[in-house]
Design a binder for this molecule. Structure first.
Ligand code: PLP
Length: 474
């Protein structure tokens, strides 16, 4: 394909994308296919001679669309949102065309420098303390990771190297012998599974700390756990707190945790994967009270801030720990400006990295602060509309406080009935939701996900829930 053909094909693809998103309500949100549906639709091997663009285009509807779960359908209310916007799609096109691998400054100076500036823009937009920003001239700064899971792992590996270094000879020995299981990382029972996984990958011991009645990890419980472990000869080194838990969108007490972390020498990482986006609105900043005490903070603009996957924004109070933890410096990656500007290969696990800051730049410019705030406020307001509908039906109850875009609810009946309700809702295919369980209580999660969601979609979703409830409550 050369330039002129690309011009025509990209116009056709643009039309397809616009039609797809404009008419996404007409598609069944969950596909109705069985595993291995796709193989019979394709030849056994790649073609010997080129297919035409028209052949490819035709196969999008025939092969791909039947197996798509439409995450951007306003009837999609599962998990948490994943973002999608035209400015972001345009930036990804340009990123694909430039096609650079920005592992060091010299590998594409604009790729590194735009990221440094965009992480500062975004940090200011969400009201992060200046200590996390590169422009504050301290050792802090931001980096784009692929996912929140990666950010937690990267923070954990940096924290691990830091504590081992602080332990001197003993730490060196443990590093050499790979005996790091005496190191303990703390998090709440409500933390995302990726935190436990990070512990497995980092070869450290995970310790789940009990939460209070509001599902929050509190300072006292953390302090108690740390003291107990110290008495047992273990080495507490890190705590991961969650701002916006996956199950109920609960909030750990960042200030108390930060204070205990400072008192006991723990690295404090804040996982705000979903809820971090809400900080663009001043009225939600109270949720991050105490963040200035944290060592690292991460949230996913690719969840709720209109920047397409993947874009997980991570900031560090002192990035030198990260750079020290991951620094390997072969000759072929060296350049003469080393040390003057970040070489992001030292801030992440892979070497290669795409030009992801372009989509941050396009989105922040083309929505502006006010556009991003309007998006978050609208989605929170839609969640509250759904909450009111649930409350208006005496068969149901809202099970957890609705702070942002997630409504947790269930029928006033046992778990089996609620499981049956969700099964019927998803089988009908009008809307899609996933459940969660807390202390043996099964409940349904209604998340406002698509940026296209309107009041009529919330009403439709509620009608569907109520209709299916009629069938299970007979
Ligand atoms: N942390 C929290 C609180 C989450 O809710 C999620 C996913 O929903 C994650 C981490 C994992 O995010 P990612 O897919 O970016 O690793």
């Amino acid at each position: 394909m050369e330039g002129e053909e690309f011009r025509r094909a990209s116009q056709e693809m643009t039309d397809f994308i616009i039609n797809y998103l404009d008419n996404i309500r007409d598609r069944r949100v969950l596909p109705k296919v069985e595993p291995e549906y796709l193989r019979p639709l394709l030849p056994d091997a790649a073609p010997d001679t080129p297919d035409t663009w028209q052949d490819v285009m035709k196969d999008i509807e025939r092969v791909i669309m039947p197996g798509i779960t439409h995450w951007h359908s306003p009837q999609f209310h599962a998990y948490f949102p994943t973002a999608n916007s035209y400015p972001s799609i345009l930036a990804d096109m340009l990123s694909g065309a430039i096609g650079c691998i920005g592992f060091s400054w010299i590998a594409s100076p604009a790729c590194t420098e735009l990221e440094v500036v965009m992480m500062d823009w975004l940090g200011k937009l969400i009201g992060l303390p200046p200590v996390f920003l590169a422009s504050s001239d301290g050792p802090g700064g931001g980096v784009i990771q692929g996912t929140a899971s990666e950010a937690t792992l990267v923070a954990m590996l940096a924290a691990k190297v830091k504590i081992l270094d602080e332990m001197g000879e003993k730490g060196k020995e443990r590093k050499l012998e790979n005996k790091t299981h005496t190191l303990v990382a703390y998090f709440s029972e409500e933390a995302h599974s990726s935190v436990e996984r990070a512990c497995m990958l980092a070869s450290v011991t995970p310790r789940k700390v009990r939460v209070d009645g509001q599902h929050a990890l509190r300072g006292d419980a953390l302090r108690e756990a740390v003291q107990e472990d110290k008495k047992r000869g273990l080495v507490p080194f890190m705590v991961v707190s969650t701002m916006g838990t996956t199950g109920v969108c609960g909030f750990d007490n960042l200030r108390e945790i930060g204070e205990v972390a400072q008192e006991t020498g723990l690295w404090h990482h804040v996982d705000a994967a979903y809820a971090g986006a809400s900080l663009v609105c001043e009225e939600f900043r109270y949720l991050a009270d105490g963040v200035e005490l944290a060592d690292s903070f991460d949230f996913n603009p690719h969840k709720w801030l209109l920047i397409n996957f993947d874009c997980s924004a991570m900031w560090l109070r002192d990035a030198r720990y990260l750079v020290n933890a991951f620094s390997v410096d072969p000759l072929y990656l060296k350049h003469e400006y080393q040390g003057q500007i970040p070489d992001y290969r030292h801030w992440q696990i892979p070497l290669g990295r795409r030009f992801r800051s372009l989509k941050m730049w396009f989105v922040m410019r083309l929505f502006g602060r006010e556009g991003l705030q309007a998006h978050i406020r609208e989605q929170v307001s839609l969640a509250h509309q759904f909450e009111e509908l649930v409350k208006s039906d005496r068969r149901f109850k809202v099970t957890h406080p609705v702070t942002l875009g997630l409504v947790c609810f269930r029928l006033n009946a046992d778990n089996e009935v609620n499981e049956e309700l969700l099964k019927k809702i998803n089988a009908a295919g009008v809307i899609h939701m996933v459940p969660a369980k807390h202390q043996d209580m099964f409940y349904l999660r209604f998340a406002v996900c698509s940026r296209l969601t309107e009041e009529r979609d919330v009403v439709l979703a509620w009608r569907e829930v109520a209709k299916q409830a009629d069938t299970v409550m007979k």
